[in-house]
Design a protein around this ligand. Sequence first.
Ligand SMILES: C[S@@+](CC[C@H](N)C(=O)[O-])C[C@H]1O[C@@H](n2cnc3c(N)ncnc32)[C@H](O)[C@@H]1O
Length: 275
Amino acid sequence: MSGDIFDGQPSDPDQLAEIYDLEHDEVIEDHAFYRELTRRHPRAVLDLGTGSGRLLPAFVEGGAEGVVAVDGSPALLRRAKARIATDPQLARAAGDQRLSVMEGDVRRLDRAVLRRKLGGGASLVVLAGVLPHLDGPEEALRTLAGMAGMLGRSGVAIIDDIGPGLLPARDLPLSLDWRREVNGMEVVRRSQLMRREAPEGLRVVFSTIVDVGRPDGTIARLPASHRLWYPYVDALRSLFREAGLVEELAYGSHDLDPLGADSERRIMVVRRAVD
Ligand SMILES: C[S@@+](CC[C@H](N)C(=O)[O-])C[C@H]1O[C@@H](n2cnc3c(N)ncnc32)[C@H](O)[C@@H]1O
């Protein structure tokens, strides 16, 4: 299976990536958290599943000496490159060879290439919002083991996802999510969610229909559907052990609240197990 989340969708990937950014780009509540982490581990940051590079400003502002950002979606990487080109501090970092983006599948990291780009092991590896896109424990284990292999001895990795408090407790029927005006066009998003509890975590099918009203009165309809997986915390912890990672801390928010059953985030800080 490809590492491109838009592969096989019945809509144009660049349009889906643009819609994705409408929802994700304005989220900055975690920037202070990632700036501070970078300050503590500045040598080489590896952002796995960077998307359109939403977190890149936090790494650069945190004083990263080098950042490599990887994603499986060419359409999102095009947006990440456009972000770098138009943001002066990111453009400067890229110009100084301190920031680069590359296409790659987090389940099959090319460690030799990444180590060369990072000048060795990473001081900080970030996997934010990516785990749910993997197919389940087997793919997660491959990804986590790859991350462990990329970590320098004193490096830390962050696995940051929606927390137990925000996971859907029931199926959600097709409903209107939002309606906005974008470049003079009305954009309407509807979505539907189906969930199933499995031993390894919550399985979700999240389907969206985005209607873009064109100036001539016609409507472009962009359907998409994603299978998502939210591992239970215990299942994730045993995957860490198998992958050669040890948990250092677990937070329930980017303000460092403890992780609990109602937490909105599930942020795990892990290190390589000592050999
Ligand atoms: C919810 S987004 C998070 C983006 C970014 N980390 C952030 O926090 O804004 C998930 C990202 O993971 C990427 N992704 C999912 N599966 C992947 C895979 N197997 N290999 C590489 N990237 C993947 C998607 O393309 C998407 O950009």
